[in-house]
Design a binder for this molecule. Sequence first.
Ligand SMILES: [Zn+2]
Length: 185
Amino acid sequence: MHALKLRAVEMVGNKDFIIQIKGLQIGKHQYDFPICGSFFKDYGNSQILDASLEADVELEKGSGWMNVSAYIEGTVTVECDRCLDDVEIPMDFECSMAVKFSSSVEDDEGDEFIIMDPADSELDLSQFLYDYVCLNLPLQKVHPEGECNREMIERLGNVNGNRAGAEAQVNSPFGALKGLLDKKN
Ligand SMILES: [Zn+2]
């Protein structure tokens, strides 16, 4: 009983992202999955504060294989690297995965295919969607130029002893000039 309960807590998958594949006809099938902030919270992701995404999924079923492609569009809310305010990052990308049905482990061809047991009746897309959203987050998550919280940046600048300003002066030939102008203001 205890073990069962523990497993349920550890299991992240979300039943909202399951496609029933048992009895699914050969050919193409379309699905729409809305992805909201709680999806990322369930994964323990503290970087994505909120999300409003839509995944358009196309599943093509062949005999012994499936191809899943998804078009993901919408926004995720994260903390701005520059001013720490919330910033909405637009997302718009495609991703796909190939599934091969095989009951033998020897058939594992590495990263090219995801191997599923032919007896499996459902395909859970949670991990697939989660991984690709995280993978497609930009490295620098900031507001567009000029839209940051100025007050916050000034406060952060004071706390950090204007380290960013000092670095800019070293890296840019105009740095020294900018430093003078900043002092005037
Ligand atoms: Zn910002």
